[in-house]
Design a protein around this ligand. Structure first.
Ligand SMILES: [Zn+2]
Length: 330
């Protein structure tokens, strides 16, 4: 069987890959190995209760030592489900549905990233089968607020390395209020679901009318009207060249008139989609706020999203579609 697996690292805070957006793991289907105690896994071929499934797919794991070894879910894995259920309960139904396609939701004991997600494989008709997600365990167990977590990540783009999840005074200050004041986990889960929906529905294809076509000349390069001088230095991980604190004022000044909703959205069409979908979902709620502050300027990203006509309409149309979900795998 011809199989492609996309494991895109999302909201990526690692250091080992050359570029965040090139950090695909390409696996064969039998390389997503994990095992759970007998009797816990559902016998249902096509689950219909996506919320009930959360208990079955949560899987606490240690870092991969040997890629050939099966990752075994640690005892107590299902105790992670209630935190995920709290987020599930506030998601739009079309996002909730994605969990029915999910083969496993790894809760990573020790990882550099905040989360990752992808589609497992494609069948002979190029329809997606199975999906997976991974989340950093501390985000599930501790109620870290979005300001701390996403602000810490934002500073990484400027070469700042603080312990998780601390803001350094010399970097940009992020200030976020999520709907109902939910934790950073809310943002991370919506972002990751965005990647699965993107892959399953081919939102980012090279065709006219695709999400890519809105702002990207190719998957590697923004269109001329979206390009800005400091884009070439935008890099989050293991970078040859990277923005520094001295670039901060110019960077945000240049990013502001583009259609990239966040710094991370400007990295690639995939992150652009996931970040924009997250903003779309959050902005449905009046209490959502997202600001970036530098010593000389404040950028209100919620207001920016409200003004992004084409992207907002595209995303609304996307979510109104009869969306495809990966076929659940046993
Ligand atoms: Zn992502």
């Amino acid at each position: 069987m011809k199989a492609l697996i996309y494991l895109i690292l999302l909201l990526f805070v690692g250091t080992s890959q050359a570029y965040a957006w090139e950090a695909f793991y390409v696996l064969k289907p039998n390389e997503l190995r994990f095992s759970k105690a007998a009797g816990i896994q559902s016998q249902q071929a096509a689950p219909t209760d996506c919320r009930a499934r959360l208990k079955e797919i949560t899987c606490i794991v240690n870092p991969i030592q040997d890629p050939k070894e099966s990752r075994s879910c640690q005892p107590g894995s299902e105790s992670m489900a209630p935190a995920i259920e709290r987020i599930y309960d506030v998601l739009p139904a079309k996002l909730q549905q994605t969990f029915c396609s999910m083969t496993v939701l790894f809760i990573e004991n020790d990882t550099e990233v905040l989360g990752y997600a992808g589609v497992l494989t494609w069948d002979a008709n190029r329809e997606p089968q199975g999906s997976f997600m991974g989340i950093r365990r501390t985000l599930v167990e501790q109620n870290y607020d979005a300001t701390s977590v996403l602000g810490w990540k934002e500073q990484k783009a400027f070469g700042l390395k603080a312990p998780p999840f601390v803001h350094l005074p010399e970097g940009p200050r992020t200030s976020i209020v999520l709907p109902s004041s939910l934790s950073a986990l809310h943002y991370v889960i919506v972002h990751e679901l965005g990647h699965i929906l993107d892959f399953a529905n081919r939102a980012n294809s090279p065709e006219p009318g695709s999400w890519t076509a809105l702002s990207w000349e190719t998957a590697e390069k923004p269109k001329a009207d979206q390009m800005f001088p400091l884009w070439s230095k935008l890099c989050f991980y293991d970078c040859k060249e990277q923005l520094g604190v001295a670039d901060m004022e110019d960077f945000y000044h240049q990013l502001a008139p583009t259609d990239f909703i966040t710094t991370y959205a400007a990295v690639s069409p995939w992150e652009d989609f996931a970040e924009s979908l997250t903003f779309h979902v959050m902005a449905e709620h009046a209490d959502f706020e997202y600001q970036i502050q530098t010593p000389f300027a404040t950028y209100d990203l919620k207001k920016k999203w409200d003004g992004l006509g084409m992207k907002k309409i595209w995303m609304q149309d996307f979510l109104n579609r009869d969306l495809k979900y990966p076929t659940p795998l046993k």
